[in-house]
Design a protein around this ligand. Sequence first.
Ligand SMILES: Nc1ncnc2c1ncn2[C@@H]1O[C@H](COP(=O)(O)OP(=O)(O)OP(=O)(O)O)[C@@H](O)[C@H]1O
Ligand SMILES: [Mg+2]
Length: 339
Amino acid sequence: MSKVRVRFAGREVEFVDRETALRQLDELAERGTFPVHVVYGPEGCGKTVLLMQARAVLEDRGYHVVYVDPLAREADHVLQYTPSIRDVVMRVLASIPEPYSRIVDVAIGIAREAVRRLRRPDVAVLMDDVFQAVGVDKAEMYVKALLNLIEHPPGSYGKIVVIVTSSEGVTRARIGRHDWATFRILWNMPRDGFTQLYDLLPSPKPSLDEAWRWTGGNPRALERLYGAGWDVEGAIDDIAKLRNLKVWAVSGEERDVLLEVLEDPDTMFRRAHEEAVRKMRDQLIEKNLIIEIWDRDRRSWMDVPPPERDVELGIGRYYAWQTPLHREAVRRALGTVRG
Ligand SMILES: Nc1ncnc2c1ncn2[C@@H]1O[C@H](COP(=O)(O)OP(=O)(O)OP(=O)(O)O)[C@@H](O)[C@H]1O
Ligand SMILES: [Mg+2]
């Protein structure tokens, strides 16, 4: 299988690990996706690079792939496609005014046009972080449009694969209540894969154990710590600033809930009948600090799931801190928040 090359810590490296995810992608390529697949997970866990690798897997298998990354920094990364559908892409781009401001419509249009014009093609639509780009309020609409493409194609096709990634905490609340999409969590790297990334970084560096304890296997967190000269305090502070934790006003009751959640995120499951707990859970999810693990079923995961309980990393059966750094940012915020 061809491995894509990705940027990690200022260098170009080969896509690492994620063997289980690659096998799952192979299976999806074999049968097509139904319904739409939404891959969701902690920020920086590796969704974007997995989607890039998915493109390679699918193209290896003869798929015509249209890939959009609306938030890409470089313009020519916003829309990418297999050269075999260049004519289709040009036609669609020409038919939509200001296509780059409606890139999700463009991608769906390209897939439809490919199904219409090619002979029983295998088509894949891969969308990176579209909900963040179009706003979660539109997420439902787009997922429905993607499902329509699968269910009511404008011509006959071989297989269709639709994979959308999201790092928005509220994704599941918005889309999960419909049966338009199947959710899969991509968790941070397992220990082996993380070790391979750690080994790529030059010394001096903290021990592998220490890097693991802070990042919980999150590759972006590792990359950031390296880039900042292993300044853990700075990394915690960055999270606090990004999530507005420094001005987070919590009541005395909420503070008590948070203190418990710091020790054990599954508190939110056990005490879900309490309104204050539910409200805090919603905030922690919306602020992208905690991930709700709604199902421990093997099929709910892309790649390997984290253990059902890892007190050190803040992982429970039902809820998990995105990384220990996130948990620490909340812990410190509690010391200064107004009660
Ligand atoms: N399997 C992997 N092999 C090599 N590098 C990886 C792998 N997974 C992640 N990385 C690196 O870790 C960093 C974060 O990955 P990526 O951008 O894919 O995360 P993400 O989940 O898309 O983040 P966000 O939630 O911000 O969109 C990148 O520098 C990426 O190159
Ligand atoms: Mg991403």
